[in-house]
Design a protein around this ligand. Structure first.
Ligand SMILES: Cc1cc2nc3c(=O)[nH]c(=O)nc-3n(C[C@H](O)[C@H](O)[C@H](O)COP(=O)(O)OP(=O)(O)OC[C@H]3O[C@@H](n4cnc5c(N)ncnc54)[C@H](O)[C@@H]3O)c2cc1C
Ligand code: FES
Length: 263
């Protein structure tokens, strides 16, 4: 579904530092929020920064149509995200949104969401969306350490939450893809939605292919324009090169020519 795009100055109404590397921005729209689908993203303008003149893409973390707000969950990586981390309540943040396609609506209730790193960001909105359709997914979230585990009680409203940490300080030790749920002979999910580092998504995709489970991944290729004109975000698919910002970011793994799992 092609949705109309908006360029808005949204107001930061709540800033929450979750830990050293992550923060949440709750943003109030000056106009009624448009329809936004889970998996879609926004291109944020980093003001007064020649070094980061290109907008930075962030998944929509959650939407509250009643309050007319949306949230972004941001991990500090470089100059752009560091500058965004210094926003204060009352500041404006210019967004182009909603961009990209979305996760599909599954025709099963046996759904697993897998997120790692900042790839957990789109999964809260997806879980909320699934709940509205009476689907209560299993939500497997991978973090580096206990200090980075956050918002679990919020995810838990929408599904059964499982956790891994790289150092084993909370949940199972290891990466999300190492969770014992994947060792079960009776891995009963019929649909997997996954977002995170490439290596994690490839590993989850490999499991899904072996177990014949339908799987969609949300790619986080580097972007420039974010709306289809610069071609810097392309990924090879069975239909040729496609733009992650327009034809994606969500792809069924069967469509991706992603080195080790599609030919
Ligand atoms: C569709 C999409 C959705 C995204 N959603 C989120 C989100 O919800 N929350 C979030 O925190 N981040 C998200 N990202 C990643 C985020 O856009 C980048 O981390 C951010 O642009 C980095 O900007 P920077 O100026 O801080 O870092 P830069 O100075 O641009 O880069 C710093 C370091 O981060 C690496 N980097 C930059 N962009 C990416 C990327 N896309 N993937 C992996 N490494 C990257 C660079 O190679 C470099 O090593 C998303 C990316 C895409 C494409
Ligand atoms: S970022 Fe420009 S075409 Fe995708």
């Amino acid at each position: 579904m092609e949705l109309k795009k908006f360029v808005h100055d949204l107001q930061v109404v709540h800033y929450q530092r979750l830990n050293e590397r992550h923060f949440l921005l709750e943003l109030l729209s000056p106009e009624k929020l448009p329809l936004i689908l889970p998996g879609q993203f926004a291109q944020a303008l980093v003001e007064n920064s020649p070094a980061t003149f290109l907008r930075r893409p962030f998944s929509i973390h959650s939407v509250d149509y009643g309050a007319n707000t949306l949230k972004l969950l941001i991990q500090i990586k470089g100059e752009g995200t560091l500058r965004l981390s210094r926003l204060k309540e009352g500041d404006a943040l210019n967004l182009i949104y909603p961009l990209g396609n979305s996760f599909s609506i599954p025709n099963t209730k046996d759904v697993l969401l897998v997120g790692g790193g900042c790839g957990v960001a789109p999964l809260l909105f997806l879980a909320q969306f699934l709940n509205q359709r009476h689907i209560h997914p299993t939500i497997l979230l991978g973090f580096r350490t206990r200090e980075e585990v956050s918002e679990i009680e919020i995810y838990a409203k929408y599904g059964n939450v499982l956790i891994t940490t790289d150092d084993g300080s909370e949940g199972e030790k290891g990466l999300a893809v190492n969770h014992s749920i994947f060792n079960s002979e009776k891995l009963s999910f019929k649909k997997i939605f996954c977002c995170g580092p490439d290596a994690m998504m490839k590993a989850v995709a490999e499991i899904a292919r072996k177990r014949e489970i339908s799987c969609e991944v949300s790619l986080e290729n580097s972007m420039a324009c974010g709306f289809g004109v610069c071609l810097c975000c392309i990924t090879p698919t069975v239909s040729g090169n496609e733009r992650v910002c327009v034809e994606g970011p969500v792809f069924n793994i069967n469509r991706l020519k992603w080195n080790n799992f599609a030919n």
